[in-house]
Design a protein around this ligand. Structure first.
Ligand code: F6P
Length: 500
């Protein structure tokens, strides 16, 4: 049954975008969702009534409604690890016990934020947040987006194990006035622990008598943080059932709560909660995350698109493509279904992107005239994030909308070098403004979209075993040197590391 629906999608001859608009004067309204002061416009994708009907049937066959309820009620949706995925409980939408636990842990975090504000750790001016992957990307995105004007602390996020990253992060920081937040769900990650040890050294060298007293831990394994040396009073635990790439809603968001203030942090959570309610309560064809996933699936599955591109037409959102890469590729880059069978379809496409208008002068040539079909997503805000001449923002938005129009309309020319085929799809997401609340809703939108993609493909989006092998090999090189590897790897180790 499911196979025949996928086959129907593959066989479906979608009309050109211009024809879809010509045939239906109501297309923009029908394929636009307004939620949380964000406008999601899917009308420039090839979604049409026939396809939507087929996707509805596929969603039924995949038990999407039951999967959503399982997510929101804290059932086991991560079978390979035997866990629920409780990021929505952090926003108040989950089973009562997990919501209560999240509230309690958030109250603990608030207590520490307020104690630091009141001077409990001295005259703190800087926050050095150390983490990697999901323990860094969320705080980095949020602080870069929202902390430009009225941040109360200077917050830097460091992730890479390359010491140059830490050197750059601490430049201009006074170790005596810095709180270091060590963010690691497992509290075992090599990069994070080495960076934390080096930050400790930097503090000692900077004359801090008791550096541990300025360290905070954000983790699902508090015992490990305490064992590492951080006092229990400064350990902010979170629920193990919150996945790393879904963890900015719990104590991993500490630098946001401290840097932007508790009220902003609560607005962020409430923004995410509003999107949860929308996703949970809307019919699939009225749900922004679900429609977005249907378009994703059409291009990745029926049209064989191997990538999707995301362009933020707003400097405040320049880190969004990085954030989405982990969310989408670590969640749905799998070749096995949740039942353990080989995935018979394509997995998630590669997510990539950049910032407009910069990208127009670099990669858009291929989007307009290359042989690849790449669905493009534009994200913009009606309100600018600066006080310069309004011409900046007008030109930015005009360019954003012009790109979507050009991709769709194309332009015929007998001179093939100047011919634009057109009929290239895009989605536009237009925020009223970039605020804690809209950003919370936007991130939750992407989480749910990723979830729908996974459910429709039968993938478990909440594990990430693919990242383990490289870690194991790195460990083994550290322990055993160059022996036991292929000749190329052995030669590289010998050339660069000698005997280790
Ligand atoms: O290696 C991948 C990963 O496990 C991500 O899923 C995670 O966000 C990141 O590493 C960091 O892990 P941790 O928070 O446990 O340090």
């Amino acid at each position: 049954m499911t196979a025949s629906h996928w086959a129907a999608l593959e066989a479906h001859e979608a009309k050109p975008l211009a024809t879809l608009f010509g045939d239906d004067a109501d297309r923009v309204r029908a394929l636009t969702v307004e939620e949380s002061t964000i406008r999601f416009d899917f009308s420039k994708t090839h979604l049409d009534p026939t396809m939507l009907e087929t996707f509805s049937k596929l969603a039924e066959a995949a038990n999407l409604a039951a999967a959503k309820e399982a997510l929101f009620t804290g059932a086991i949706v991560n079978p390979t690890e035997g866990r629920a995925a409780e990021h929505t409980a952090e926003r108040g939408n989950g089973n009562a016990e997990s919501v209560a636990q999240a509230r309690g842990l958030q109250a603990r975090m608030r207590g520490l934020v307020e104690a630091i504000e009141a001077g409990a750790l001295g005259d703190i001016k800087h926050v050095l947040h150390i983490g990697i992957g999901g323990s860094a990307l969320g705080p980095k995105l949020l602080f870069d987006a929202l902390g430009r004007d009225d941040a109360r602390y200077d917050v830097k996020v460091v992730s890479n194990i390359d010491g140059a990253a830490l050197t750059e992060a601490v430049k201009g920081m006074d170790p005596n006035k810095t709180v270091v937040a060590v963010a690691s769900k497992t509290f075992t990650t090599t990069e994070t622990l080495l960076n934390a040890t080096s930050a400790m050294e930097w503090m000692r060298e900077g004359g801090v008598a008791d550096p541990y007293a300025q360290f905070v831990a954000l983790t699902a394994y508090p015992d490990k943080a305490i064992e590492w040396g951080i006092d229990e009073s400064r350990v902010l635990p979170f629920n193990e059932a919150v996945g790393g790439r879904y963890s900015l809603w719990c104590s991993i968001g500490f630098p946001i709560a401290l840097g932007l203030g508790w009220a902003a942090y609560e607005e962020l959570l409430e923004g995410g909660a509003a999107m949860d309610r929308h996703f949970r309560n809307s019919d699939p064809l009225e749900s922004a995350p679900t429609l977005a996933a249907f378009a994703d699936l059409y291009y990745a599955q029926a049209k064989g698109c191997q990538t999707r591109a995301v362009f933020a037409y707003d400097e405040r959102l320049r880190l969004l493509p990085d954030y989405l890469q982990q969310l989408e590729m670590e969640s749905n880059g799998k070749s096995v279904t949740a039942d353990g069978a080989p995935l018979s379809r394509n997995s998630a496409p590669v997510t990539w992107g950049g910032v407009g208008t910069d990208a127009q002068h670099a990669v858009f040539q291929l989007l307009h005239q290359g042989t690849h079909l790449i669905p493009v997503e534009f994200i913009a805000s009606k309100t600018p994030g600066h006080d310069f001449d309004v011409a900046h923002h007008e030109t930015l938005l005009v360019n954003c909308f012009a790109q979507g129009a050009a991709l769709m309309a194309g332009k015929k020319s007998d001179d093939l070098a100047r011919n634009y085929a057109g009929n290239r799809p895009s989605t536009t997401i237009l925020l009223d403004d970039v605020t804690p609340s809209t950003l919370g809703a936007l991130i939750a939108f992407y989480e749910h979209r990723t979830f729908v993609n996974a459910v429709m493909l039968g993938i478990n989006p909440f594990d990430q075993f693919g990242v383990e092998l490289g870690k194991q090999i790195a460990k083994s090189i550290g322990e055993n040197g160059a022996s036991g590897f292929d000749p190329s790897t052995t030669a590289l180790i010998e050339a660069a590391l000698g005997d280790l």
